[in-house]
Design a protein around this ligand. Structure first.
Ligand code: T1G
Length: 694
């Protein structure tokens, strides 16, 4: 086993090489190894300068996140950084790949920093609900200025080497052999007797007396609900006001506060959940999969067009089929407009847009799909139409082609059953807009082969999605839980709440917007159509709760018609509509419900705990294999606030006993047919456990 940190000498240069795959995370052994290497270099009279460099695909990518939550072990990273900076001999950091978090704090404590032009450097701790905890908030402002440091630290977005050099973070950008370049640089430092520059002794520049307040105000919306970004601002401000040692104390205080916070625990959970979710329990990571070299997409509408873009963006050729040329023309025009908008924003080059467009071939002929390795149908949400389409696909597509439906709730097993290849049929449920939303629910049918859904998981990742494997039921995971929230909010309107109160509470909880503003934006007619399709399966109370029907019957479909639950001005700004309030009050009278005050807490419990209870049932039925699958669905498909970790992680934070007691309360007040407690929730609550506690 190669040494995790090796010390070698090249002439008069001591080379400290880190080799801790996969990303050279700063585990205890790495921290101790770096410190030991610096000690050796200092002690060795033949060594005049030192280089810190890494093997593998990247320079250090940060502290070892797996160590968080465990008792910290010495040497602590801030102390290692200080030890490097105090070295009497110059230390040069040689960076490649992505030097992130502690992986940039180590170079900042070095006396010089060089990087390959392809490297990136960043301080992404804020994405974990933290702040750089080893001097990053104190040293970065001293080399790059307070404003650049604020932007980097509160966004967590890495910067490319060229930009980092302009900012003063890097001394030199190099090409080719990094180690050779580092040795040349080190020798130059020695030969030219370049003075040792300790960043902590520099002064952080502030380009405006109101920089920090202005920055907080300008980013208030973006940082809404999060603790860490505001704490980052506080720490950077300290770098401009306090001597370095006091600033470091301030940073340490804040780091510990954030580290112990529920928000950071949630965001660290999300970091690992997003990576774990693509692994299928019980299936080895290297389970055989089918190669997807070409794809067919049926339906050139909003969803089909977005799906086609996903594959073209990943360089996979797509045949886009529809029934009429005019549908294809319209679909391609929308795709072109989407790409053109991105080019106009400067985040896509024209030649890349042209290349991607060239990969999307429109066609009217099923015959053209005969060689496709995967075909995804995104036609009208009607079982008869789906069956007709799959019958044709089954006849045309080659053996081994995977046939997937983008249906958002129809029974995938019923679709598979009309083909001769049910083992190759599954659901691939994209979320609108498909070329933007990262969630992909891969629905495995009763007969779907593991090789088939393993392929869907792999290709989902390849096209930049966060794929979650789910089972067949009405609404799979996301929409099944959403239906409970929608029902409870509809009931609360009858009982005393108003749309704008519910929207405020759900928005303040952390969602991008509340259910009624969301409905107005998506178009109320979609929900209305779904309600009519399912009307016979609704309970009598749900059938009589016809507020949505009444609003749609007035032609009020939401933003696109200028009014829905809200009124909209020409800029689509929403205003509560007294007419809707009157309609709701009259409706309560019609259904004989005496209106009462509904508290914000009740709205949270009935909107969110109803989903948690349903999530527990989804786990019992093995529609989702793990609570993290449910969390990921809600984080990436519905905007569940990341600092709460997803509905199941949030439930653990609240405490399952509290959730369970609330479920019993609403079972008695709203009705057992809506609030039957999940046996799993009951069991865990009574055992004092959580969904995640072992
Ligand atoms: N610690 C532990 N494991 C890590 C890790 C880390 N920092 N980063 C990645 N991994 C694992 C990851 O779980 C996966 O494991 C494998 O490496 C490949 O990762 C004191 C406190 C570097 C851009 O936040 O952004 O420093 O699933 O699939 O897509 O101030 O990983 O294979 O078992 O993501 O090529 C700050 C987090 C830490 C960087 C590579 N640093 N990592 O992306 O591979 S806090 C970060 C990333 C800190 C100091 C503070 C990405 C990547 P497995 P991957 P990738």
């Amino acid at each position: 086993m190669a040494e995790i940190v090796a010390f070698s000498k090249e002439g008069r240069v001591g080379v400290i090489t880190v080799n801790n795959p996969p990303v050279n995370a700063l585990s205890q052994a790495v921290r101790a190894g770096i410190k030991a290497g610096i000690e050796k270099g200092i002690a060795d009279a033949d060594v005049s300068a030192m280089v810190i460099i890494c093997e593998g695909r990247t320079f250090i990518a940060g502290a070892d996140i797996r160590e968080f939550g465990k008792p910290p072990m010495e040497p602590h990273l801030p102390d290692v950084c200080q030890f490097i900076e105090d070295s009497p001999k110059p230390v040069i950091a040689a960076i490649h790949g992505t030097a992130l978090g502690g992986g940039l704090e180590i170079p900042l404590s070095c006396h010089f920093r060089i990087a390959l032009s392809t490297a990136k450097v960043g301080l992404p701790e804020v994405k974990l609900g933290l702040l750089p905890g080893a001097g990053g908030t104190q040293r970065l402002p001293r080399v790059a200025g307070a404003r650049s440091a604020l932007e980097m630290i509160t966004s967590g977005v890495p910067v490319a080497a060229a930009r980092a050099k302009d900012m003063g973070i890097l001394d030199e950008m190099v090409e080719g052999d990094l180690k050779a370049a580092a040795l040349v640089f080190a020798q130059k430092v020695v030969d030219q007797k370049l003075p040792i520059r300790r960043v902590s002794q520099l002064k952080a520049t502030v380009d405006s007396p109101t920089l920090f307040e202005d920055f907080a105000k300008a980013n208030a919306r973006k940082f809404r609900g999060f603790m860490a970004p505001f704490k980052c601002i506080e720490a950077v401000k300290a770098a401009t006001e306090l001597p370095f040692p006091e600033g470091m104390k301030k940073e340490r205080e804040i780091f510990i506060e954030l580290h112990d916070s529920n928000q950071s625990k949630a965001q660290r959970h999300v970091f690992f959940a997003e990576r774990e979710v693509v692994r299928i329990p019980g299936l080895p990571d290297d389970h055989p999969t089918r190669e997807i070299k070409s794809v067919g997409v049926l339906g050139a509408g909003t969803m089909g067009g977005g799906i086609a873009m996903c594959f073209a963006n990943a360089g996979i050729p797509v045949k886009l089929l529809d029934m009429k040329q005019e549908f294809l023309d319209r679909g391609l025009a929308v795709i072109k407009k989407n790409y053109a908008n991105t080019v106009a924003k400067g985040s896509l080059k024209q030649e890349v847009m042209d290349k991607r467009l060239s990969l999307i071939q429109p066609t009217l002929a099923y015959e053209d799909l005969k060689d496709a390795d995967l075909v995804i149908e995104a036609v009208f949400e009607d079982m008869a139409v789906k069956k007709e389409v799959f019958t044709k696909l089954d006849a045309v597509c080659k053996p081994g082609a995977i046939l997937a439906s983008n249906t958002s709730y129809l029974n995938v097993d019923e679709i598979a059953a009309i083909t001769r290849r049910p083992q190759d049929v599954m659901g691939m449920h994209f979320f609108s807009p498909a070329n933007v939303m990262r969630l992909l629910e891969n629905v495995r049918g009763a007969k779907t082969l593991p090789e088939v859904y393993a392929t869907a998981m792999k290709v989902g990742k390849k096209i930049g999605k966060v794929p979650v494997l789910v089972g067949v039921c009405d609404g799979f995971v996301g929409n099944r839980m959403l239906a409970k929230r929608t029902r409870e909010c509809g009931f609360m309107l009858e009982e005393g709440a108003l749309p704008w109160q519910i929207d405020r509470v759900i928005y303040d909880f952390g969602f991008p917007m509340g259910p009624y503003q969301m409905g107005d934006m998506a178009g109320l007619d979609i929900g209305w159509r779904n309600r009519k399709a399912k009307f016979d399966s609704l309970t009598p109370r749900e059938q009589k709760n016809n507020l949505l029907d009444k609003i749609c019957e007035m032609g009020r479909y939401g933003q696109k018609t200028g009014s829905g639950f809200y009124k909209y001005d020409e800029k689509r700004n929403a205003t509560p509509d007294p007419m809707i309030e009157e309609l709701i009050i009259n409706h309560s009278k019609e259904v004989g419900i005496a209106r009462r005050t509904i508290t914000d807490q009740e709205i949270i419990e009935r909107a969110i705990y109803s989903m948690i209870n349903e999530g527990a049932k989804i786990l019992e039925e093995r529609i989702a294999a793990r609570p993290l699958d449910i969390d990921v669905v809600w984080l990436y498909g519905y905007g569940f606030p990341v600092y709460l970790g997803g509905p199941m992680f949030y439930a653990d934070t609240v405490g399952l006993k509290k959730v369970y007691d609330a479920v019993l309360k609403y079972r008695d007040s709203v009705g057992a047919e809506y609030w039957t407690p999940s046996p799993l929730l009951e069991k865990l609550a009574k055992e004092g456990k959580g969904f995640y506690s072992k």
